[in-house]
Ligand binder design. Structure first.
Ligand SMILES: [Zn+2]
Ligand SMILES: [Zn+2]
Length: 141
């Protein structure tokens, strides 16, 4: 029987196939990482975590593939921090809170938003809210 993780990986492999993107070993390693590690990571973070187990991995490959996965909707690209792209491995729509003290990013679950179909004549596809402040852990310390 296929594990839940493996079937999630296969879902993403299917997305690649639909776009005629070859499945390389690196892509498979990254897809496995994404479905087993829920969180917010920069390409650099992912590289640091995986390089010990996969010494042939290069930072450039991680950058390129993560940006590809974001375009395909496999990960969400967050621009919550200045000059830094963060990839969110949790695919469901949700908002984010950035603590200005410790720099941690928290998921904020939002009730399904009813988006306007159109705003000032623009067609709306999605919406995303970034909250900034002091997180609950930093408040207490
Ligand atoms: Zn904090
Ligand atoms: Zn998130």
């Amino acid at each position: 029987m296929q594990s839940v993780i493996e079937s999630k990986v296969q879902e993403n492999v299917k997305v690649l196939r639909e776009h005629h993107i070859p499945l390389t070993t690196t892509r498979l390693v990254l897809l496995r990482f994404l479905v087993t590690n829920r969180g917010h990571y920069s390409a650099e973070d992912i590289y640091q975590i995986l390089k010990e187990e996969y010494p042939s991995l290069s930072i450039a490959t991680v950058y390129n593939n993560m940006s590809l996965f974001a375009k395909l909707g496999i990960v969400q690209e967050l621009r919550i921090e200045r000059d830094k792209v963060i990839y969110d491995t949790y695919p469901e729509p949700h908002d984010h809170f950035l603590c200005l003290k410790c720099g941690r990013i928290y998921d904020i679950e939002t009730a399904t938003r009813s988006l306007p179909k159109e705003l000032d004549g623009h067609v709306v596809h999605s919406a995303h809210t970034y909250y900034f402040g002091i997180c609950k852990d930093c408040r207490e310390s």
